[in-house]
Write a protein that binds this ligand. Sequence first.
Ligand SMILES: Nc1ncnc2c1ncn2[C@@H]1O[C@H](COP(=O)(O)OP(=O)(O)OP(=O)(O)O)[C@@H](O)[C@H]1O
Ligand SMILES: [Mg+2]
Length: 251
Amino acid sequence: MNKQTLFIAFSTQKGGMGKTALTVLSASYLHYVKGYDVAVIDCDYPQHSIVEMRERDIERVTNDNHYKAMAYQQFKTLQKKAYPVEESNAADAIGVAERLRQEHKLDFIFFDLPGTLNMAGVVKTLAMMDYVFIPVSADRVVLESTLQFAATIHDNLITTGKSNIKELVLVWNMVDGRERTKLYHAYDDAIRELGLQVMKTLIPDTKRFRREMTETNRPVFRSTLLPVDKTLIKGSNIEELVNEICSIVKK
Ligand SMILES: Nc1ncnc2c1ncn2[C@@H]1O[C@H](COP(=O)(O)OP(=O)(O)OP(=O)(O)O)[C@@H](O)[C@H]1O
Ligand SMILES: [Mg+2]
């Protein structure tokens, strides 16, 4: 592991594409399974979905013996705490990141940013990312507006040298199992012609994304305190996603 702390964002202007879900899934897998040290800064005012998810997770782990035992076991095995989840606004997020970096030894800081580029501080903060991953689904309208978003970042921040962004990478999310991989690869060629990268890993559309800690004590998919449960990881491509992120960012 190298010592530099990388700033990473799943970002897009299109709502509901999986920014928050992929942020949490990647952060938890990197921190609890791959052994990296992670922090998350939730700048998505006013939803602050990750801060709220952490609160729900803590409530469950505190009051439910099944999850309490799991979290305790994990803590004993890993000998490391849960990753910090900080609340911020987009404009102050880099300041929060600098403080976190002084307080903890960190490999990755994930930023969950608002989708609107015209909100105060969003562009400035986005420009400080080392890598930006853009979740997108294979819907023509979504794809067109997403490519416009990517092109805006590419033309205004990357080619002008006004940012730290090393790569801008699209990620296919909510992939319908019945659609052919071939279709996606046809899109990929068009996307690459625009000078953009696309991840090889496709994230399937799966009901597992709804699985948080519940009173039924079923295996957990999405949590800030636990990684994707082993019984749910197969076919979710979360492991593949994280491995591909590591290879892109060279960690
Ligand atoms: N691959 C997937 N399969 C099934 N459901 C998914 C998948 N990815 C995301 N979801 C679900 O879609 C919804 C939107 O995802 P999420 O909240 O992560 O998007 P977002 O980009 O953060 O949205 P917002 O613009 O509101 O911040 C959530 O309910 C999430 O669980
Ligand atoms: Mg979100």
